[in-house]
Design a protein around this ligand. Structure first.
Ligand SMILES: [Zn+2]
Length: 392
């Protein structure tokens, strides 16, 4: 049974130690606004619960030196990031530093049993490596809409077989710890908030451009999920009434133009028609094309591929300009596999947003590429479940 804080003060102390690292008793007392005797009482209780430990003494502020407190060394969270084409599993300590991280190719269309079995195998591998002992909580991100109340995917367009599958219940039983499930894009946004470029941002947007396109919304340091959990599903905003048919069944969605599958489709057409010599050569070599090939072609200066990236960037930028007008974020982080298309894409998105959004909204609005690589989703998933475990 995972130990939990007994009251709101203890929960606040645990979250502070998680996010800011070790602190002296005096500093904690200042931040939590508790008297010296009250903070000592709460810290003693947390130590008795096995959640915090002593870590030496701080330099004197005049008078007695204050004891340094940090989270218990054996706290472990699992962060699981189930993508359309890969599974990542990481184990972190209480401060959410990654102690071990495995990434394997996987097809989410194989269904929940196969994919979750693979997750459990990866956890077992991390256990065998000695980085996981007792697990205090696991967060799981999946590439589709999730009912937060039930911990189940709901009619996810790219996850056949997962509709209403009890992911939270099944994994909680297997792992023997609290489990929370959420959309993968929300997890990436939390990862950026904890460890990425959004560390000092309270209100920001994380736009993921991968197999699908989605947006994580952070308001006052927390995920905004909407009433039923589907906030930020920008991939299905219509950008053209007569556009290509989308996986969701509608037509002209942003994702149907610039998601990973759409790019692969357009790359194939460009290769076959001879419009892109680079992609034609790739296709002859490999027999198939992906969004990464478009990135490689653009990087190599293939004019048609550069055009594809620019056109996609313009469409993303158009949708994002509307979001910026509506939400007035302090930062926009662009992430995901297709974001690997890099600075050409970023330049196009920036130019459209700065041109089309209101000056007051863009006056001080950085639009940046994530620097967390593949770890944002797992760190965010661990952060989500740590918020739950570190609550009264
Ligand atoms: Zn759609």
């Amino acid at each position: 049974m995972t130990a939990r804080p007994e009251n709101a003060h203890q929960a606040r102390i645990l979250r502070l130690l998680r996010t800011d690292g070790p602190r002296s008793r005096a500093e904690l007392g200042d931040v939590v606004a508790l008297s010296r005797s009250k903070i000592a009482l709460e810290l003693d209780r947390l130590a008795a619960l096995g959640l915090v430990r002593s870590d030496g003494f701080a330099a004197s502020r005049g008078g007695r030196r204050s004891e340094i407190v940090r989270l218990a060394a054996n706290l472990r969270f699992l962060g699981v990031d189930i993508g359309a084409t890969s599974v990542d599993v990481a184990v972190t300590n209480g401060e959410l530093e990654v102690l071990g991280h495995l990434s394997r190719p996987a097809d989410v269309r194989d269904g929940p049993t196969a994919v979750l079995d693979q997750v459990l195998e990866m956890v077992a591998k991390l256990r065998a490596d000695g980085v996981v002992g007792e697990v205090h909580g696991a967060g799981i991100g999946v590439p589709g809409p999730v009912s937060l109340r039930d911990g189940t995917p709901i009619a996810p367009p790219i996850m056949p077989g997962w509709d209403r599958y009890p992911v939270r219940e099944a994994m909680s039983q297997e792992l023997g710890c609290p489990v929370l499930v959420n959309n993968d894009v929300n997890m990436m946004a939390l990862g950026e908030l904890h460890a990425g470029l959004a560390r000092s941002a309270e209100d920001f947007l994380l736009v993921k451009i991968g197999t699908g396109i989605g947006c994580g919304i952070i308001v006052r340091g927390e995920i905004y999920s909407g009433v039923s959990g589907s906030a930020g599903d920008i991939g299905h905003i219509r950008v053209d009434d007569h556009g290509p048919v989308c996986a969701c069944g509608n037509s002209g969605c942003l994702e149907a133009y610039f998601g990973g599958a759409a790019l692969a489709r357009d790359a194939l057409a460009a290769a076959r028609s001879g419009r892109s010599p680079f992609l034609a050569e790739r296709l002859a070599e490999k027999g198939a094309l992906t969004a990464e090939d478009v990135g490689a072609a653009a990087a190599a200066g293939d004019a048609h591929a550069v055009g594809m990236v620019r056109e996609g960037g313009r469409k993303v930028g158009t949708v994002l300009a509307g979001l910026v007008n509506f939400f007035n974020p302090g930062l926009v982080v662009i992430s995901g596999g297709v974001a690997g298309l890099g600075h050409a894409l970023l330049a196009e998105i920036r130019s459209v947003v700065y041109q089309r959004s209101l000056p007051l909204a863009t006056g001080n609005l950085p639009i940046v590429l994530s620097d967390l690589g593949g770890t944002a989703g797992v760190i965010g998933a661990a952060r989500m479940v740590s918020d739950h475990v570190f609550s009264a």
